[in-house]
Design a protein around this ligand. Structure first.
Ligand SMILES: Nc1ncnc2c1ncn2[C@@H]1O[C@H](COP(=O)(O)OP(=O)(O)OP(=O)(O)O)[C@@H](O)[C@H]1O
Length: 320
């Protein structure tokens, strides 16, 4: 399979070197009964400094598995992951692990589940500082946390409270503060706003955008909600059954989707107009019925940044 998803992107993205490069990543899980789930089945992509790369797809398409692999929460089946020029695919050298733990962090979907209910938020937010600078002066530690709390719109007076004393949106701000305290270069945000009310989602996404502008943080933004992904992402990769089926700049994907699965995802974006609501197609995409075998496809470039996984015949048919 050619690698057109990634080969040409560097040219279109200001000539900068990628912060993260993923090549032919596979993550297969053995399950009882001797079967194997091919959760991620040979994906490649790059993330550049300061950009938001949106990973979209239905539940079970392999998005979270990709995020967990990238941040090395799980060992990978095969492929390579390079971060800041270091190969982080295999066993990590101690100095690379230290670098990774400060330069990459993760924000999870459910802030209540990912925050320790027995820890005051000051201690939760300081987790990265405590790991990297265990001898840091207490007042300096507190000051760093307060600055971070200011940054994410939390009041310093709340520092000694527990997660249960916060609203959902505030808890996600605590999760963000914890993820950002070491000034990471890449944050993996896995459905980070999905559990929040729509109005709060916008606040948190805007906060993430502001932080990106100020600190130059790159995001791998994983979500099934395309409208928010569209709003925050510079580029998007559409995942289906462990494959990236289409990738490109956000505008390219939304204005000229090629893969039928991408089209079905876009047509399923909820709209609040009752007229369009009646005509919108359900989000059901059966590759078997559509005659698609991803392992027979190759990446066909539409532009230097936009490409789609298809056989030659399918590509011809879809772009006719
Ligand atoms: N540890 C595991 N063992 C076995 N199967 C797994 C494991 N982790 C994930 N899977 C399976 O891999 C597939 C992809 O899961 P993944 O969570 O990555 O999808 P997703 O796109 O993030 O969906 P969701 O939004 O529901 O989390 C699913 O079929 C899932 O059941």
């Amino acid at each position: 399979m050619t690698d057109a998803t990634t080969v040409d992107q560097a040219e279109t993205l200001t000539g900068e070197k990628p912060l993260l490069s993923v090549r032919d990543l596979k993550q297969h899980f053995k399950i009882p009964g001797g079967n194997v789930v091919r959760a991620v089945d040979g994906i490649s992509f790059d993330i550049y400094p300061g950009e938001t790369f949106g990973l979209v797809g239905e539940s079970g398409s392999g998005k979270s598995t990709t995020g967990r692999a990238v941040i090395r929460l799980d060992d990978i089946t095969s492929g390579s992951i390079t971060f800041e020029g270091h190969d982080i695919s295999g066993r990590l050298a101690p100095e690379v692990e230290t670098m990774l733990r400060s330069d990459m962090s993760m924000v999870f979907q459910d802030p209540m589940a990912s925050l320790n209910p027995h820890h005051k938020v000051i201690d939760t937010i300081a987790t990265g500082l405590d790991a990297h600078f265990p001898k840091m002066d207490r007042s300096e530690r507190a000051e760093r946390v307060y600055q971070m709390m200011d940054r994410v719109g939390l009041s310093r007076s709340q520092a000694n409270r527990y997660p249960s004393q916060f609203s959902g949106g505030q808890r996600q701000r605590v999760g963000l503060a914890r993820a950002l305290i070491m000034d990471p270069r890449l944050v993996v945000a896995d459905e980070a706003i999905s559990a929040l009310d729509v109005s709060i989602q916008a606040q948190v996404v805007n906060l993430m955008k502001d932080i990106q502008e100020e600190m130059g943080t790159a995001y791998l933004f994983i979500a099934h909600d395309l409208s928010m992904v569209r709003y925050i992402s510079h580029r998007i990769a559409v995942m289906h059954l462990g494959h990236i089926v289409e990738t490109g700049f956000t505008d390219e994907i939304f204005s000229a989707p090629v893969h039928p699965y991408t089209k079905s995802l876009i047509s399923a974006i909820p709209r609040f107009n009752p007229e369009t609501e009646r005509t919108r197609k359900p989000l059901v995409y059966d590759v078997g019925a559509a005659g698609i075998r991803y392992d027979e496809g190759t990446y066909h470039p539409m532009t230097s940044s936009h490409s789609v996984l298809a056989t030659d015949e399918q590509f011809e048919e879809w772009t006719r």
